[in-house]
Design a protein around this ligand. Structure first.
Ligand SMILES: [Zn+2]
Length: 326
């Protein structure tokens, strides 16, 4: 593995202090210790040093981030469990702990997908043109699921993908979806995307600044950019700081960081929302020692937690959704 030392992507500073050190507890690809540093000048948190372009591939497990397609039976079960988990009906299943892994991870707050909302509204007025950066294989998406992916969006909109994984790109090819391997391969003439989305992908990129610049240059005049990322100032990261996804998360953003990037690249903030779901605690309890007490969470506990964590309009949700415009 080759490591590279990087300067701050936002301000260029090389002054930083270590704020966390951890190995890959989640995917167990290595025992190597990685460090998260905080820029002494602008406070951006980033992994440093980090595996270089060639080495980082070794830390992505094969089924990472929905790069794989799903079969029909699994899809059907997903649908059934999703329906149960998001109704009061789920409480009936509290005594059946055997169902915990299937139901708890699906108990979620209602966060509507801004992309789907917009393309449905506009489908007859002006078919929207979407670019999904880090789109995976286009058949599923983190949090928004099977209706938050390019294959589904294609029913209502013109879709284009951008994805590093070659396997994922060949899947998209089969779906007749144009997909670029990186943003620098997207022609400058493609500058009228109504929607540019980054669904939990900005924390993985080499230089976030390039993406803000890209959005500024490629978004249509009244277009929107939807960015979803982990919120480094969210409840879980503040209380259990070892829950980091290292080394594959290069950046650990706060709301403030995104505001600063938006301002620097001339983008306006249209919406900010943070949210949490109990499945993160339940799933992570197997990997992170500090969360091990969540292993015994019941369906009722998860249901209560979902209500508590998402009750107030607070800024400490574990995930962050931001909509930007020109
Ligand atoms: Zn900085």
């Amino acid at each position: 593995m080759a490591l590279e030392k990087v300067s701050c992507d936002f301000c260029g500073s090389t002054n930083n202090i270590i704020v966390a050190s951890q190995t890959d507890l989640l995917y167990k690809t290595t025992n190597e210790l990685f460090h998260v540093v905080k820029c002494a000048d602008c406070q951006l948190n980033f992994t440093n040093p980090r595996p270089d372009k060639d080495s980082i591939k070794n830390f992505y497990v094969q089924d990472y981030s929905f790069h794989n397609t799903r079969n029909y039976i699994k899809k059907l079960f997903d649908k059934i469990f999703d329906l149960i988990a998001n109704s009061y009906f789920v409480l009936i299943f509290n005594p059946f702990s055997i169902l915990n892994p299937y139901l708890i991870q699906r108990i979620k707050p209602k966060v509507s997908d801004p992309v789907l909302e917009r393309i449905k509204i506009f489908k007859k007025i002006k078919k929207q043109k979407i670019l999904d950066i880090g789109c995976g294989s286009g058949t599923n998406s983190h949090f928004f699921g099977a209706k938050g992916c390019l294959k589904y969006y294609k029913k209502f909109a013109n879709v284009v993908g951008c994805e590093l994984s070659e396997t994922a790109r060949s899947n998209l090819n089969k779906l007749n979806i144009l997909c670029y391997p990186s943003i620098d391969k997207i022609p400058i003439s493609e500058n009228n995307f109504d929607i540019i989305r980054m669904n939990w992908s900005l924390e993985h990129v080499d230089k976030p600044s390039q993406y803000f610049k890209f959005i500024k240059e490629h978004l249509a005049k009244d277009g929107m950019a939807v960015i979803c990322i982990p919120n480094n100032e969210g409840h879980v990261y503040q209380n259990y700081p070892d829950c980091l996804e290292l080394p594959i998360h290069f950046y650990h953003f706060s709301i403030r960081d995104i505001f600063k990037y938006a301002e620097k690249y001339g983008l306006k903030i249209k919406k900010v929302k943070t949210f949490s779901y109990p499945g993160l605690y339940y799933f992570s309890s197997k990997f992170y020692p500090s969360l091990s007490h969540y292993k015994n969470m019941s369906i009722f506990d998860a249901w209560k937690m979902n209500r508590t964590l998402n009750k107030s309009n607070s800024e400490n949700g574990n995930d962050l959704l931001i909509i930007l415009g020109l």
